[in-house]
Design a binder for this molecule. Structure first.
Ligand SMILES: NC(=O)c1ccc[n+]([C@@H]2O[C@H](COP(=O)([O-])OP(=O)(O)OC[C@H]3O[C@@H](n4cnc5c(N)ncnc54)[C@H](OP(=O)(O)O)[C@@H]3O)[C@@H](O)[C@H]2O)c1
Length: 367
């Protein structure tokens, strides 16, 4: 029996639809360099074909198996003859090799605008009570170390994007200081203050636009109640999301998206099906691949830092943009968080939260 469909948007999709068609002009990657890890895998392959349709300047495909990468090349060329393709084999856990490849990409194309991180593995599916502590870390290695190395390599290639962001940040900081000084001095004319405020807002707005995008393919398993036997997979995927959240906070020039791709018939899910049956129907891989093109587009910039599912209706997501990016007490919308926290800031109940209960008030007055 299939599980109920839990969703963020009213409408959900099982296969591609017109709003995420990669040939739409709004989703074009013209002039951009797109790199896909795990391009020898099933999601990576479909993603390469979808990005090729969005007409990038170049498509760089990474995988471990040369043979499977060649299959991806064939699929891409069968749909888009004109696309510039580069293929590299590497194990992402080996930093030296991975850095060398990225350096070569930099020499050839100058930068990487979009990186779609599809590489992943399914560690042994076994109840944790029976997991082998000696080999348990193997499952974590690709997901954590591989993700770390990929993120580091991405940053190294994109020094110009870092410098450009730093300049925007300094511009905002200068304007912000000027505005505060003008307010405090009380000497600035109203028109001058208004002008500074406007410039400050524009500079802040400009910080929202980031030139480089990292898309991490994760799993809804990290937010669903646990499935027995999936502890190693889900906890390592969760750790990778947290790792990237820290990485993006330390490197604000990076726009980060975490995407649950749906449930797809791939080598990985075939392996899973030998051990257990998940209560989901397979989605069509076109949904995932085209959604990944959409999430890289300017239309989805407001979802920076968020976790989204490929099945969610992009029209409805866009309609909720103000709510999603608006300031809220507690955890931010579609970000990983801790339910019910925070309730107080400096001992004051946060706006929008339910009143303190009588029992809580009682403690305050008697202590
Ligand atoms: N399939 C689903 O329903 C589903 C659902 C949720 C999330 N996901 C996630 O989607 C992503 C893609 O999975 P998939 O279903 O397409 O699986 P897949 O067909 O098995 O592809 C996995 C890819 O990861 C690559 N890879 C594994 N370890 C690597 C390493 N150490 N260094 C470099 N590349 C490595 C593989 O390369 P080689 O084949 O060349 O070794 C392959 O290209 C994974 O992150 C997975 O966790 C999948």
């Amino acid at each position: 029996m299939s599980a109920p469909v839990l969703s963020y948007t009213k409408e959900v999709y099982r296969q591609t639809y017109k709003d995420i068609d990669p040939t739409l002009s709004g989703l074009s990657t013209e002039g951009k360099v797109v790199l896909i890890t795990g391009a020898s895998g099933d999601i990576g392959r479909a993603t390469a074909v979808a990005f090729a349709a969005s007409r990038p300047k170049a498509l760089v495909l990474l995988g471990r198996s040369e043979e499977k990468l060649q299959e991806t090349k064939k699929s891409v060329e069968a749909s888009q003859k004109a696309v510039t393709l580069k293929l590299y084999t590497a194990d992402l856990c080996i930093d030296k090799d991975t850095f060398e490849i990225f350096e070569e990409v930099k020499k050839t194309f100058g930068r990487i605008d979009v990186l779609v991180h599809c590489a992943g593995i399914l560690p042994t599916v076994v109840p944790l009570a029976k997991a082998n502590p000696t080999t348990f870390i193997d499952g974590y290695k690709t997901t954590i170390v591989g993700t770390l190395v990929t993120a580091q390599a991405f940053l190294r290639v994109n020094e110009t994007a870092q410098e450009a962001y730093q300049k925007k940040l300094e511009n905002f900081q200068e304007l912000d200081t000027a505005l505060k000084t003008a307010k405090e001095s009380g000497e600035a004319e109203t028109a001058q203050l208004e002008q500074l405020k406007k410039q400050c807002q524009e500079a802040k707005q400009a910080l929202r636009h980031k030139d480089i995008t990292f898309i991490n393919v994760t799993t809804a398993g990290i937010v669903y109640p646990p499935f027995h036997g999936m502890g190693a997979y889900v906890s390592s995927k969760m750790a990778a999301v947290k790792l990237l959240e820290c990485f993006a906070a330390e490197n604000k020039c990076v726009r980060l998206h975490n995407v649950h791709p749906g449930f797809l018939r791939t080598a990985m899910s075939e392996k899973l099906s030998k051990t257990m049956q998940l209560p989901f129907k397979y989605d069509d891989i076109s949904l995932t691949s085209d959604f990944l093109v959409w999430i890289a587009s300017p239309e989805a910039e407001f979802l920076d830092g968020r976790l989204v599912f490929a099945a969610w209706d992009v029209k409805q997501l866009k309609a909720r943009q103000n709510f999603i990016i608006g300031e809220k007490p507690g955890t931010e919308e579609l970000c990983l968080g801790f339910k019910g926290f925070p309730r107080y800031e400096n001992g004051i109940l946060l706006d929008g939260l339910e009143e303190e209960s009588e029992a809580e008030k009682q403690i305050e007055t008697t202590s």
